[in-house]
Design a protein around this ligand. Structure first.
Ligand SMILES: O=C(O)[C@H](O)[C@@H](O)[C@H](O)[C@H](O)COP(=O)(O)O
Length: 236
């Protein structure tokens, strides 16, 4: 069982209020990093949950030209594909004020994430230092990023002693081959937030807290190894 003290849960009355609050907090973190003259980097997750948050953040007034946006994970598909997280981010976050940000995709010209691994690793290494902020989602099976139960590289992805910044991932539950930031890369973020919505995802979180096998529910590895209680934001 994972102690509930390992998370800091904030609940919101509705998804719009959550999106506005999270966008304001991420914008503040990016502004503070830019003000220090350090590289400001944001890694976001895909899926359906973050769209409202992306649209709210896209209008934040800050020096976006000093911000780099990348992905926590990606489906190995072209950006023209509906399943592309890069497409989701370009269409919803990199608009308005945020259009001035630099985007670093994880997909390369290689035909597979295994073939593109070295280039993807170099791209993330070039971000020079820990992420300013990383926003995670969670699937109803307790996956986060592309840390899927029974994923072929799950143990490498969760290896806290590992030196890899990204790993490829193939899993039955993942519709496409994936590439994902590793757990150490994600946990090094100065600000890390798990963004979930709906009763089903809350039930999944409660189930994760009630057990301890990270291979069964990989979100457990994030909660267990996070350097401080994991920030969780939820709306019904
Ligand atoms: O590429 C992805 O799909 C995400 O990075 C993944 O980890 C996502 O956050 C969860 O699957 C939740 O997705 P929903 O928000 O669509 O439920």
């Amino acid at each position: 069982m994972i102690g509930v003290d390992r998370i800091h849960l904030r609940t919101f009355p509705d998804r719009t209020t959550l999106a506005q609050t999270l966008a304001a907090e991420v914008a503040d973190a990016l502004r503070a990093q830019v003000a220090k003259g350090d590289p400001a980097t944001l890694a976001v997750s895909g899926g359906g949950t973050p769209k409202k948050f992306f649209r709210e953040l896209s209008t934040a007034e800050l020096d976006w030209e000093d911000v780099t946006v990348t992905l926590v994970d990606e489906r190995w598909v072209p950006e023209t594909d509906d399943r592309s997280n890069a497409r989701l981010v370009k269409e919803n976050l990199l608009q308005n004020e945020a259009a001035a940000a630099t985007f670093v995709p994880l997909v390369t010209d290689a035909g597979s994430p295994e073939g593109g691994l070295l280039e993807a690793q170099e791209r993330i290494a070039d971000l020079s230092g820990p992420l300013t902020a990383a926003i995670l989602g969670m699937g109803s099976d307790g996956h986060t990023a592309s840390f899927f139960p029974k994923g072929d590289r799950l143990e490498d992805a969760l290896d806290m002693s590992g030196k890899l910044l990204v790993v490829p991932m193939r899993a039955l539950a993942a519709m496409e081959p994936r590439i994902t930031l590793t757990l150490p890369m994600i946990l090094a973020a100065k600000s890390l937030v798990l963004h979930i919505e709906g009763d089903s995802k809350m039930a999944t979180l409660e189930k994760a807290l009630a057990g301890d096998d990270p291979l069964e529910m990989p979100i457990r590895a994030v909660i267990e190894h996070a350097p401080r209680p994991l920030e969780v934001v939820w709306a019904p």
